[in-house]
Design a binder for this molecule. Structure first.
Ligand SMILES: NC(=O)c1ccc[n+]([C@@H]2O[C@H](COP(=O)([O-])OP(=O)(O)OC[C@H]3O[C@@H](n4cnc5c(N)ncnc54)[C@H](O)[C@@H]3O)[C@@H](O)[C@H]2O)c1
Length: 302
């Protein structure tokens, strides 16, 4: 199989990432099914994906005409049977929990045809942790996206059992949807960029949790020196604080790390209050006009 044979893309999880990935594929001419297990997510998905499309058009990342045509190629469902039976490639973006990912892949192994390639968008797990549950380890690898309003860089990471043909197909598919693949030669938790980013976010959380400095000042330090438009806390708001919390607490437990435990405890009240960042309008900052984007925030810093 090559990328030309991929026609139908099935996205598992119609959340922050699933919607972006589905849209990317649809604007490039693929037929996309967005599956979610929760009606609430599906009710909001249509409006959310239109909003993402509008944002990408405003940024000049996609053309209006392509966006409009793409949106018509997306359908939404909570039925695993009809979602699976026409899929050529699956991109999974359910929450960052290995047991949940295993459960979802094992369900779709039953409903998808034998040729379907499975990919995971997991931020922190390596594909060999999930490969067994897919029932098709040779046709499985990680295909990991970043925020598509920022970059078209993706990570492609096979596990030792991924076939060369699957890897080749996924790499070609990346190009077909306008993405630039960074190909990993071996498994690495966090891929390339996230390995570096996790250290930054963990350090920033540690500084705030220990009350060394405020989240705003920590962001100012990073932004002022690195000349970026956002700092680590702004980044966490856009990733989603629930996702950051889940990743932090998973690794805190897994490697019994007191620093990560303290960071998770610092994040927990935000998650409990539902202040999850950009997607809920409030996290460390308030949206849609976060303080760090106002001129006052960096006043006096050159
Ligand atoms: N947010 C980011 O910036 C980012 C970037 C790259 C990768 N990721 C990874 O992508 C994945 C998804 O993250 P997200 O931020 O989109 O999460 P999210 O919480 O925004 O979305 C997850 C979606 O999955 C749905 N879901 C939950 N259980 C399900 C099930 N059993 N079957 C089908 N759908 C189910 C939820 O209803 C929700 O709509 C995670 O593995 C995360 O690590 C996130």
């Amino acid at each position: 199989m090559n990328e030309n044979k991929i026609k139908n893309v099935l996205i598992l999880g119609a959340g922050t990432m699933g919607l972006q990935i589905g849209l990317l594929c649809a604007v490039q001419g693929f037929d996309v099914t967005l599956y979610d297990a929760f009606d609430k997510a599906l009710e909001q998905a249509g409006q959310r994906v239109k909003k993402i499309a509008g944002h990408l058009v405003n940024q000049g990342r996609i053309e209006q005409k392509k966006a409009d045509a793409g949106l018509l190629r997306i359908k939404f469902t909570s039925d695993p049977e009809s979602a699976g039976n026409t899929a050529d490639l699956v991109s999974e973006s359910v929450p960052e929990d290995p047991a949940l990912k295993q459960e979802v892949f094992s369900l779709f192994n039953k409903t998808c045809p034998a040729h379907t390639i499975f990919t995971t968008n997991s931020s922190t797990f390596v594909p060999s942790m999930i490969a067994g549950a897919t029932g098709r380890p040779d046709r499985f690898a990680a295909l990991h996206f970043h925020d598509c309003s920022i970059t078209n860089i993706v990570d492609v990471m096979p596990h030792p059992g991924t076939s060369a043909k699957t890897l080749e197909t996924i790499l070609a598919f990346c190009k077909a949807i306008g993405q630039y693949p960074i190909e990993l030669k071996k498994e690495q938790h966090g891929y390339v960029f996230n390995t570096m980013l996790t250290e930054l976010l963990g350090s920033a959380l540690g500084l705030a949790a220990k009350q060394v400095a405020s989240p705003e000042d920590i962001d100012r330090a990073w932004m002022g020196i690195m000349k970026t438009h956002t700092g680590p806390f702004g980044i966490m708001d856009s990733v989603g604080l629930e996702t950051v919390y889940k990743i932090t607490s998973y690794w805190a437990k897994k490697i019994n790390d007191p620093k990560r435990k303290a960071n998770a405890a610092f994040l927990k009240p935000f998650v409990e209050k539902g202040d999850l960042g950009v997607k809920t309008g409030k996290g460390f900052y308030e949206y849609p006009d976060p303080a760090f984007l106002t001129p006052n925030f960096m006043k006096g810093i050159r």
